[in-house]
Design a protein around this ligand. Structure first.
Ligand code: FAD
Length: 374
């Protein structure tokens, strides 16, 4: 590509993207920050705020155009949210992932009906791909089963945790065909279907305001217009790097705030905190390195090279480890100040563990890098 084309791309892409991230950051500071504690406690599911973020373009920038997609703005927007609230950054990932599925589908009816509404935030939802992602790497069996009927499939089974849900929400997930050995189908589940029930989960360590439910499918009829991909295998290969890379936003935002927490106690406590082995400068360097690698990979989410995929998986593993390390260091730097329930340091620590355990969890990532995939 010539330099003229590159500079035109830079103007066309980077300016609107930058303004989306700025608007998301402003909404996060002004409207999300006052609600962060209530979301953490599970008293609030911030659906109005998620729709508002949709209005400024937070869920739309990564939709493919002309066979290309760029995840940088979406990741930076999630990071801006994650600097303030890890639970909402996770919901932002859920919504962006739903858009990623719908906008990559080869089903024209589905794309026409849903991609725009998910991208604008008019319809909210998420993803139930933890179980399938684990099943692809031999960790557990698929929990949903389906069989072909006239005009669609009948699906049954249960998923233990799906987030960013409510009575009128949608999420993407996968069932195994019981009438065709080895067949797998990816589809959109419509939570308003009476044959789908959402059961509240027991309280979590964090993430209680994320609209997370156990979802039961009791012989649900899934019409052809809700089929994302059939067979699902090649589709999953196409969307999997994006699925993982978008999670980087959760970690980047959280690590940045942990650095800020350490900086905030520097004036009163630097005389003693300098004896701690991990200092904000180290996390600043690490954050810059992660951001650079994330942005490089995020420009090219359809890259099918094995070396690219391994870089994505290795980055995701390091981001989970660093989130926990940064939040742990922030706790030690704060001392008793951070041990107060009202201080966000302990919330950040609880949120950091989620980055490390949400699929693909640290243990799964290590299995994948060990080459035990199939
Ligand atoms: C707050 C929260 C939100 C989540 N949101 C989503 C989401 O939106 N979409 C999604 O697909 N996944 C979601 N998950 C699941 C998540 O991505 C991981 O799959 C999960 O944390 C476990 O991953 P793991 O690899 O550590 O598996 P492991 O914990 O090692 O194993 C998981 C398996 O163990 C069993 N198991 C574990 N805990 C229990 C329990 N308490 N009761 C009964 N069986 C149990 C189940 O069979 C389960 O499939 C969420 C989890 C949490 C905690």
């Amino acid at each position: 590509m010539g330099s003229v084309a590159v500079s035109r791309l830079a103007v066309a892409e980077d300016l609107p993207a930058a303004s989306i991230v700025d608007q998301v950051a402003a909404i996060a500071r002004r409207e999300l920050a006052p609600q962060a504690a209530a979301i953490d406690e599970g008293a609030v599911y911030p659906d109005a705020l998620l729709r508002r973020l949709g209005h400024v373009g937070a869920w739309g920038s990564h939709q493919p155009a002309n066979g290309m997609a760029d995840l940088r703005c979406a990741i930076q927007s999630i990071a801006a949210v994650g600097e303030v609230c890890g639970a909402t950054a996770f919901m932002a990932w859920c919504q962006n992932t739903l858009v990623w599925y719908a906008s990559n589908s080869n089903n024209p009816e589905l794309v026409a009906k849903f991609a725009g509404k998910f991208a604008s935030g008019e319809i909210l939802g998420g993803t139930g791909l933890s179980n399938p992602m684990k099943s692809f790497f031999g960790i557990e069996k698929l929990k949903l089963r389906g069989r072909r009927v006239e005009g669609g499939y009948i699906v049954r089974g249960a998923l233990p945790w799906v987030s960013n849900l409510g009575p009128d929400h949608f999420f993407g997930t996968i069932f195994e065909r019981e009438d065709e050995g080895g067949g797998i189908v990816m589809f959109l589940a419509d939570c308003s279907d009476p044959a789908i029930t959402l059961q509240p989960c027991k309280p979590f360590l964090a993430m209680d305001g994320t609209g997370t439910y156990a979802v039961q499918f009791r012989d649900v009829f899934v019409p052809d217009e809700l089929i994302l991909a059939e067979p699902a295998g090649p589709f999953v290969k196409k969307i999997r790097a994006g699925f993982i890379l978008l999670q980087a936003g959760m970690a980047l935002g959280l690590i940045k705030d942990c650095i800020q927490i350490m900086d905030e106690v520097d004036a009163p406590l630097s005389h003693i905190n300098r004896y701690l082995p991990q200092q904000p400068i180290q996390f600043r360097e690490l954050h810059a390195e992660f951001e650079k690698e994330t942005m490089a990979l995020a420009r090219d989410p359809y890259n099918s090279d094995d070396s690219y995929w391994r870089r994505v998986v290795a980055l995701r593993l390091r981001l989970g480890d660093a989130s926990v390390a940064a939040a742990h260091a922030a706790m030690l730097h704060c001392g008793a100040r951070g041990y107060l329930k009202s201080h966000r340091a302990q919330r950040r620590l609880r949120e950091a563990y989620f980055v490390a355990i949400v699929t693909p969890a640290t243990k799964q990532l290590r299995k994948m890098l060990a080459g035990d995939e199939h």
